[in-house]
Design a protein around this ligand. Sequence first.
Ligand code: PMP
Length: 290
Amino acid sequence: MKIFIDGKYYDERAAKISVFDHGLLYGDGIFEGIRAYHGRVFKLKEHIDRLFYSAKAILLQIPMSPAQITRAVVEACRKNKIRDGYIRLVVTRGMGTLGLNPKSCKRPSVIIIADKIQLYPPGVYQRGLDIITVPTTRNLHSALNPAIKSLNYLNNILAKIEANNGGCEEAVMLNAEGFVAECTGDNLFIVKNGALFTPPLSAGALYGITRQTVIELAEESGLKVSEPNLTRYDLFNADECFLTGTGAEIVPVVKIDGRVIGTGKPGRVTRRLEDVYHALTKVSGEPIYK
Ligand code: PMP
């Protein structure tokens, strides 16, 4: 595997960053997780736009333009012969002193890893997930806005550990007011009486690119989509529930906090959205091999 760091490619074992990088010392940096399907990078523009929005929010000057990063992502896929894969694009604050002040970091680093990913085994997509609500709430947007896709994922990791402790793979995270925000690495949707609902982004969720794609596909297929605040009660009484994320794609949920959702099997609307989502990945995206 060839890994891009600041304009050069390194073999896996030689791809290293400094222990003085504030990305490591303080989680000071941002990232994107991007998928390639059928020789195309899916939703690349949306991911690069979000990377630049995250950078703006944390006053990080990315040392490459959006066009340069676009080219570098596609090139990294080509060099690694990726047709179907997963790309991790990271920008760290760069090397500095041991103090946390980012002023000591002179140049941010850009890293691109083009590899593979499988978040859940295929059986999970067939059967559906059993998830639980965890005690750790999502970050307040007045403290660390969940819209920033930062390298500081401890909030999500704590929730993931709590889910694992409860025997589950994924956690429902509430916000400080007790409304549903999202899961540790995915947005959440429910289906009720033939309509689709997902928490508003202001409830404390990442502006998920899969979330947005699913909303558009649902609306195109005539489904009504709205974004009200949701409580756990709304989840328990949903007809269907599913999660969305670049890595996870669309994952059916069949149990939440011991309550069986709908029939206890992945629902019809979820299945239809999975089909149209996968159909879109076949025809859309930035071509890797021109
Ligand atoms: N929420 C969180 C916390 C995430 O980390 C992610 C990405 N893994 C998502 C939602 C889904 O976002 P996207 O669809 O853009 O991958």
